[in-house]
Design a protein around this ligand. Structure first.
Ligand code: SF4
Length: 445
């Protein structure tokens, strides 16, 4: 099926809303890659069709056998995030969280629900890491992804769809990714709302190279079910967290989005003594999404939220800081802060805690705003960053509507990070003392 046909049955206004969702969020890193055609591979996956709906109209009808590229990509979040080397095993997520921006992005109908092409990744890893008898890499490359793999930048799996969603138990892409990472001793941070449903997974999981961030916003299953439609219960997820931790896996909890402070505090009091880290990020409300409008009416009208773009509301900074301070008071473990304007309040150098995961994860990318906010006098020349152009990390609208991405031939990693820091000194928690020595301009705000 042609991509362009998928949104044909939406009105102009609906299409425009979908486009605004794309522009406003700044988080839909997959859109750029969705123009790439994966290689054709067939290894016997189930042959049926998925349908996705937007306002009761079918906008995606997708052959489940079609696969999308699983080559890991640096996302444009590298400007403030040390864990931006994203890989996803599936496109689309059957957990169906009502606040989910990743699933909203799939509503755009580029390629809908697809299965990651793990065979392609296996070939890519083999090419990236093959060395000759003298220890030199066999293949020369100008691939940004290959450069990051050779530097052993940890993969972050689960940013756009859950690696342990229901499809996994039938299709096993995440299982093959676990096997591949064992083969190369390659570190992966998994983000999930799932639990392990098949004991064979424990045999391929290795606490030295596999870390887990379990996403849960309350210990109250009834509360969870107001926002999530098909996820494991709170009891199951908390038991899974404790099991992982007791088996030596680095285990974090993600309260993302933090919707209700009291529910978050109850959860932190209960679990923080049994895990390594907790990350908190507050809710963003897409008012163009009728479901979110109804679900979060109380929040929008509370006075605690402000409009940050055409379609998005988020909590006011002072209210978020109030929550974070309260959570830190009751927590027995370190707290990271996932809100873009408050990363500097994290207890450690990266809000997901990757800096605490152990030596196999040490090559997380430190050249970013959050690290600089914690290391005022760092000698940046000593920090690694990719040499290849980062242009592929961006999509239309990344630099504002006046900048044509096609005209930006190369984007230098360091220059872009510096530019972001220059534009948002308040996001670093201090406005006075940061030197911007690489800025050369990137277009309009
Ligand atoms: S588990 Fe994550 S990716 Fe899946 S629907 Fe929920 S928020 Fe979206």
């Amino acid at each position: 099926m042609e991509d362009k046909k998928m949104t044909e049955n939406l009105s102009e206004e609906e299409n425009q809303h979908l486009e605004e969702l794309l522009d406003d969020s700044g988080d839909f890193d997959a859109f750029k890659e969705e123009n790439e055609e994966p290689e054709e591979v067939s290894d016997g996956f189930v042959d049926d069709m998925f349908e996705m709906k937007y306002k009761d109209k079918v906008i995606v009808k997708q052959d489940r056998e079609k696969k999308y590229s699983m080559i890991p990509k640096l996302t444009q979040q590298f400007r403030f995030c040390g864990n931006p080397f994203r890989i996803d095993c599936y496109k689309g997520c059957d957990f169906g969280c009502k606040y989910c921006f990743a699933n909203a992005s799939n509503l755009l109908g580029r390629k809908g629900w697809q299965t990651g092409d793990i065979a392609q990744l296996e070939r890519f890893m083999a090419r990236a890491l093959e060395k000759d008898s003298e220890g030199n890499y066999v293949y020369e490359t100008n691939s940004l992804s290959m450069e990051c793999i050779r530097h052993r930048v940890p993969f972050h799996c689960g940013g756009l769809s859950d690696p342990f969603q229901d499809r996994e138990w039938e299709l096993g892409v995440t299982y093959r990714l676990l096997q591949l990472s064992r083969k190369y001793n390659y570190p992966i941070v998994f983000s999930t709302k799932g639990i392990i449903k098949d004991p064979k997974y424990w045999e391929v999981m290795d606490p030295k190279i596999h870390a887990f961030q379990l996403s849960i916003i309350s210990k109250d299953t009834e509360f969870l079910q107001k926002y999530e439609t098909n996820t494991a219960s709170a009891e199951e997820r908390l038991a899974f967290a404790r099991e992982l931790h007791s088996k030596g896996f680095w285990t974090g909890i993600r309260i993302q989005p933090c919707i209700d402070l009291q529910k978050a505090l109850e959860l932190v009091e209960d679990i923080s003594g049994d895990v390594d880290y907790i990350t908190v990020e507050h809710l963003k409300i897409d008012v163009g999404n009728p479901c979110m409008q109804v679900l979060f009416k109380e929040q929008i009208e509370s006075g605690d939220y402000k409009r940050i773009s055409t379609m998005l509301f988020e909590m006011k900074a002072e209210k978020k800081i109030r929550d974070i301070e309260a959570i830190k008071k009751v927590s027995k473990c370190k707290i990271g802060v996932g809100d873009n304007d408050l990363h500097y309040l994290s207890d450690t150098d990266c809000c997901c805690g990757i800096d605490t995961m152990g030596e196999n994860f040490d090559n997380w990318i430190k050249y970013n705003m959050t690290y600089f906010s914690h290391h005022k006098d760092v000698d940046k020349r000593c920090l690694w960053s990719p040499k290849q152009s980062c242009r592929e990390c961006f999509f239309k609208g990344s630099f504002g509507s006046k900048v044509d991405l096609n005209e930006l031939k190369d984007i230098d990693f360091r220059q872009y990070v510096e530019e972001y820091c220059r534009r948002h000194p308040d996001f670093m928690g201090r406005v006075d003392s940061y030197k911007f020595d690489l800025f050369d301009g990137f277009g309009e705000d």
